[in-house]
Every structure is written in C-alpha cells, then in structure tokens.
Design a protein around this ligand. Structure first.
Ligand SMILES: [Zn+2]
Length: 263
C-alpha cells in the first residue's frame, strides 16, 4: 500500500463499497457476490462472442463496487476485484479439454479518452492482480498486452448493441511491438464488465487472427456480467472447437488462494 492510501485509511473511516457498512472496503457479503463464476449470457450472443466467464452478476451491490474502483479511485478494490477476475479466468479455463498451455491474460485496452479522464488503466490494474492470484494458485499465468486501440471511438453509452458493434469495428489491432503468443497458449481476454458483448467480440476477432497462426485458443473472463433476463437464449455462443464448458460447476469455487477475508 502506498503512503497516501495508508494515510487515508487513518483519516477516513472505511466503508464497504457495495453496501456502505463500516469496516472493510468490501464486506464479506458483498465479496461473496463475486465468487459465483458463470458463463456470461448477453441478451443476444453477438457473432464471434468468445466463451466468457464472469465472477458475479453486474447487479445489486456489485455495481457500486465496480464503479467505486473504476470511477471513484477506490484503488484498494483492485485486490478483491482482481481475485474475482482470477476466479473467472480459472473457471473459463476448465472448459478446455486439455488446458495445458500457459494462460495469457490480454487486457482489453481502454479508449484514449477514458484513460485520460481516469488518469489510470483500471483494467490493467485488475489484470496484474489476477495474474498474481493465479500464479499463487499454481496456474501458469502472465499478462500479455497483445491489443491496442486504433482510431477514434465514440463513447458507447446509450448505443444499441448493433450501434456499439459498428462503433467498435476496426477499433482493436494486434500490437506489432508485442511478441506473438507462444503456440498452444490460452489467450484470455480480460475486462471489468461485459454488457452487450460487443467489446469482447471486437477484441476476440482480432485476437483470433493471432490464435489461428499460433494454435492458440481465445476465451474471455470478466469481473461481472449483466444478467440476462430470464427466458431461453435466442442464440448460442460459438466457442472454439473442443470447448465444452456449458455451465460452471458450483460449490468448490471460492478464492483461488489465501484467506477470503483479506482486502
Ligand atoms: Zn458490503
């Protein structure tokens, strides 16, 4: 912990970012909402939507938690949210028949405007924490920043899924400065939240180019996913050949490592 957050802890009483209860920055009940990994199910699966696991539902107390971290500088939430992301990465990996390769977490790059207004890259902060958690749990994981943004993208707030897709088309490119992923690597796109799935689709499409060349697989993991309204899905995701995860087994998913109470 840096000096300023440490000082802030002394001066400001901490409350749970989810429910406001005094004490830890994320109370036990709110933290538990991020230990229910499940397949993300956008209302309509956009074409090319990668198999995506979310650690929790983007609803209720989870929304203010993500928002506090993302928009209000509650940087101490990187640890519990990064742990949630690690859980989602570990869960999405279980769908592979032979998950032998290294797991490379590819953060979805933020737009230049978003990075400038926040003054930080919150998705990368989550990625770094998730990699640490995964390694601690014995999963061979690393960050691999394969993507970068290109061109000008307008704020996607208020756009429909189709408009978002058009807005994002051509947004991401493989970063030519990066090493290619090693053959057999498991590429896991990581982001904070998935809503319509348009961003993950656009990013996965670009990563798939690298995947074909290197015999890699593209999956995705997020902290939280917008819950789909009840009712049968109109379309199904098209995962990579051999991907078999349909439901995430429940019961044995908690934190990957360490005591569940730390924050
Ligand atoms: Zn709480």
């Amino acid at each position: 912990m840096g000096l300023l957050p440490a000082l802030a802890d002394l001066v400001l009483p901490r409350t749970c970012a989810g429910c406001g209860v005094p004490g830890r920055s994320l109370c036990g009940s709110c933290a538990a909402l991020l230990t229910v990994p499940h397949l993300a199910q956008p209302r309509r699966f956009p074409a090319g939507f990668p198999p995506t696991v979310a650690a929790g539902a983007y609803a209720g107390a989870v929304r203010p938690v993500v928002n506090a971290f993302k928009e209000h500088g509650r940087a101490e939430l990187a640890r519990p949210l990064g742990a949630a992301l690690a859980l989602a990465v570990a869960a999405v990996r279980t769908g592979l028949v032979a998950p032998a390769g290294p797991v490379l977490l590819v953060p979805v790059p933020g737009s230049r405007a978003a990075l400038a207004s926040r003054g930080r890259d919150h998705v990368r902060e989550l990625t770094v924490r998730a990699v640490a958690e995964l390694r601690e749990a014995g999963v061979p994981a690393a960050e691999h920043r394969l993507l970068r943004r290109r061109g000008r993208v307008h704020d996607s707030a208020g756009l429909t899924a189709v408009q978002r897709r058009a807005n994002l088309a051509g947004t991401f490119v493989l970063d030519p400065r990066r090493r290619r992923a090693p053959a057999g690597a498991i590429l896991v796109l990581v982001d904070d939240v998935v809503t319509t799935g348009a961003t993950l689709c656009a990013a996965a499409e670009v990563l798939a180019e690298a995947a074909t060349a290197d015999r890699t697989v593209v999956l995705a993991a997020v902290v939280a996913a917008t819950p789909r309204p009840s009712g049968p899905s109109r379309t199904e995701p098209t995962g990579p050949a051999g991907y078999r995860l349909r439901t995430v087994p429940v019961g044995h998913h908690d934190r990957l490592s360490g005591p569940g109470t730390r924050d």
